[in-house]
Design a protein around this ligand. Structure first.
Ligand code: ATP
Ligand code: MG
Ligand code: MG
Length: 406
């Protein structure tokens, strides 16, 4: 392969052994939702073969996959069989059967990031313990086992008190807020009670929420994307603004917390780091995702190397790509289901129809067959020369006036 790209980039022989594409390897992805779909879109120009394991025959990633195995990423046997056809395994969701990943890794299967990382992250309480041990600043937290421990957390941290499930959380669906001690019982039962596995977090009176995508190569090299500002609506990511409109020293603090966190984990891939910016300028970690992340969708149009291509590069041991922005600014808006059925599709289609008319705007529709309230159906990214321009363009798409910037 003297003329192959593989020699040029020095990719290891077992990963890259032919000139079929950039790599001859098959990347196996546990999960075939929108993140899997966008990974496949990024794999296509490089002719990287990506197989997905997802229980839904019509999963968003299905039609684009090199191979779609219909099966559960929480099922040991399904994961094992799927892995046998892949050279490297990775995830687009952290709620996977990590015991089977551990067993496979022990047998020599390449899993990236490492199962230890996924295990730590999928239990948010263990995640907090891990990061606090590594000196990453985060809100104080306490494991809840019974009523006395909840009362104790309230006394230590004050109210409002954030209560979270340790596992299977997403889009705020494992969070409940107790405004006072009287609310504790209802907050805890709304999450399924103490048996569910809960912990309490001190309220973070944040000024803004920030996020950083950090790529980690197989050799542990870190490469970060710009710090972005995220806004949430009902606990679900709503918009992302890149770069975050914050002073340089705040961006540096955010970057340093994010890199400290990801530097403490094992394995390759991209990681989404969610952060709180407190009024005094202090930056605390909220949580980490061991995979491409909603706060990094803007990188598809906004950055030289998208988070999805970067994830593939990282897990395959290819050189990490350029994380700088192609244009000065980008803004992303999630398209969430606003209604069920036809009415919901109609609202989303109107939004996309307006986006088609706006310069710098790109639409991503995930092709989900069913629309439900608050479900992530797609997203829109607008790029442009300034924050003001991208905000105004997005306001037009949303059918708002430019009142913010008259
Ligand atoms: P994701 O979809 O990002 O995985 P999740 O279900 O894991 O969400 P969190 O990220 O823990 O939920 O919390 C969701 C949102 O709730 C945060 O983005 C933030 O707006 C708010 N939040 C979380 N923890 C706190 C806290 N300690 N203090 C104040 N607000 C918080
Ligand atoms: Mg989460
Ligand atoms: Mg979160």
């Amino acid at each position: 392969h003297s003329s192959s790209i593989l020699d040029t980039v020095g990719c290891s022989a077992d990963l890259c052994s032919s000139d079929m594409g950039v790599c001859d390897s098959v990347v196996g992805v546990l999960g075939g939702g929108q993140l899997g779909r966008m990974l496949l879109q990024a794999a296509s120009p490089l002719a990287i073969r990506v197989a997905v394991l997802d229980p839904a025959p019509d999963a968003p990633a299905s039609g684009l996959a090199y191979r779609h195995v219909v099966g559960s990423f929480r099922d040991t046997e399904a994961v094992r069989q799927f892995a046998s056809g892949c050279n490297v395994l990775t995830v687009e969701i952290e709620h996977v059967d990590v015991d089977s990943l551990d067993a496979l890794a022990a047998e020599g299967v390449d899993v990236e990031p490492k199962p230890s990382t996924i295990r730590t992250i999928q239990d948010k309480y263990l995640q907090k313990v891990h990061f606090s041990k590594h000196g990453v600043p985060l809100p104080e937290f306490l494991r809840l086992t019974d009523r006395a421990s909840a009362v104790e957390a309230g006394q230590q941290f004050g109210y409002p008190l954030m209560i979270k499930t340790r596992r299977l959380a997403y889009d705020g669906r494992g969070n409940a807020v107790a405004r006072t001690e009287k609310d504790l019982d209802s907050a805890i039962s709304s999450l399924g009670g103490y048996e569910r596995g809960l912990y309490a977090e001190k309220w973070a009176p944040f000024e803004k929420e920030l996020a950083v995508m950090v790529a980690r190569g197989r050799d542990g090299t870190l490469r970060s994307y710009p710090v972005v500002e995220t806004t949430h609506k009902d606990n679900i990511c709503h918009t992302v603004l890149a770069p975050a409109p914050v002073p340089a020293q705040v961006a540096e603090a955010a970057m340093s917390v994010a890199e400290k966190a990801i530097g403490s984990l094992e394995g390759a891939g991209v990681f989404g780091v969610e952060l709180f910016l407190l009024p005094g300028g202090e930056v605390l970690l909220n949580e980490v995702a061991p995979r491409p992340h909603n706060s990094g969708h803007y990188t598809i149009e906004g950055c030289i190397t998208s988070q999805f291509e970067q994830h593939l590069r990282a897990v395959l041991g290819l050189p990490l790509g350029d994380t700088s922005m192609r244009l000065p600014c980008a803004m992303m808006l999630n398209i969430l289901g606003e209604d069920e059925g036809e009415a919901g599709f109609h609202i989303a289609h109107e939004l996309m129809a307006r986006a088609l008319e706006i310069p710098g705007a790109s639409i991503h529709w995930y092709g989900k067959q069913e629309i439900r309230k608050q479900r992530k159906m797609g997203h829109i990214t607008v790029v442009g020369p300034s924050l003001e321009v991208v905000r105004n363009r997005m306001a037009k798409i949303r059918g708002e006036s430019d009142s913010e910037h008259p």
